[in-house]
Design a protein. Structure first.
Length: 294
């Protein structure tokens, strides 16, 4: 894959591994929030094939994180060969993240979650953990980064991840904002943190020259954004997000889903989603914009 200046852009590949209950899922969530394509419980022998397929299809992110652990059938089968292959590729920026925790912490976490350890075969918890440590010893020795999560809360863990792997995305701010436009007549969007009803803005639908256009059209955008109530709403919303974002990050939340709804999801909500996406992006947030009804 080439960048605009003609240089080859390296594919970023992370293998996430470590002790069961140490935080591999949280690590994968962090990478996913930062634009990585994540696959859990990936057999090592299939990683090479996947990367060749994704390179061929030119996936958007060109960043992939694979959770590889003792759940994978024949865990060590081909693992070292896969690691050697990834390190050999000049077009791949590769590293291994290993997460671990103390025996007491792992036992406590499994008891609290009421989940069974993958190696549970009538053994005691101590015996299971000792066996897993032996199985992972070689991989840990080959890892680029080892994080001990014994005394880490989720928010602290995310801070450690940011220090090691963070690059600021589209700006210096790792916080991601997903902006969605929708029409109330078609139902509310799922998994949304904040929903704003923008039907208080005059509707371009009732302007003959704008009726058949959408909020992606500059004429509609000018009509919506020149309204005084729109300008005041945008100003107040930006202040609110700038205030709340650091609080969310402190609590371990790295993304926010914001939805704007109007009657049909064609004019006002689309315009506001585009405008706020632009404003958030200029402020340094990582931003995606989706128009559900278009």
């Amino acid at each position: 894959m080439e960048t605009n200046n003609g240089r080859t852009k390296k594919i970023k590949v992370i293998i996430i591994s470590g002790m069961s209950g140490a935080g591999k899922t949280h690590a994968a969530d962090w990478f996913e929030d930062h634009g990585y394509y994540c696959i859990d419980n990936m057999p090592p022998s299939l990683i090479k094939s996947f990367l060749e397929l994704s390179t061929f299809r030119r996936i958007k992110s060109m960043q992939a994180a694979f959770v590889v652990d003792i759940r994978s059938d024949q865990f060590f089968s081909g693992l070292n060969d896969t690691i050697d292959y990834l390190k050999m590729r000049d077009d791949i920026e590769f590293s291994i993240l290993f997460v671990e925790a103390s025996d007491a912490t792992l036992i406590k976490r499994y008891n609290e979650s009421r989940r069974h350890h993958p190696l549970t075969y009538g053994r005691t918890s101590e015996e299971i953990i000792e066996r897993e440590r032996r199985m992972l010893e070689e991989l840990k020795a080959r890892s680029n980064h080892v994080i001990d999560t014994t005394n880490l809360k989720v928010s602290n863990f995310n801070q450690v991840m940011e220090k090691i792997f963070g690059e600021g995305g589209q700006g210096s701010n790792p916080f991601a904002i997903n902006v969605i436009s929708f029409g109330f007549k078609y139902g509310l969007p799922l998994e949304t943190d904040m929903i704003f009803d923008v039907r208080f803005i005059p509707n371009p639908y009732y302007v003959n020259s704008l009726k058949r256009l959408t909020g992606n059209n500059k004429k509609v955008q000018r009509y919506v954004l020149r309204q005084k109530v729109s300008q005041e709403f945008i100003l107040q919303l930006r202040k609110m997000i700038d205030t709340l974002a650091p609080c969310y990050v402190k609590e371990g939340k790295n993304h926010l889903n914001i939805a704007f709804g109007c009657t049909g999801g064609q004019h006002r909500s689309v315009t506001l989603a585009n405008e706020m996406g632009k404003i958030f992006r200029e402020a340094g947030y990582r931003v995606t914009v989706e128009h559900r009804e278009l």
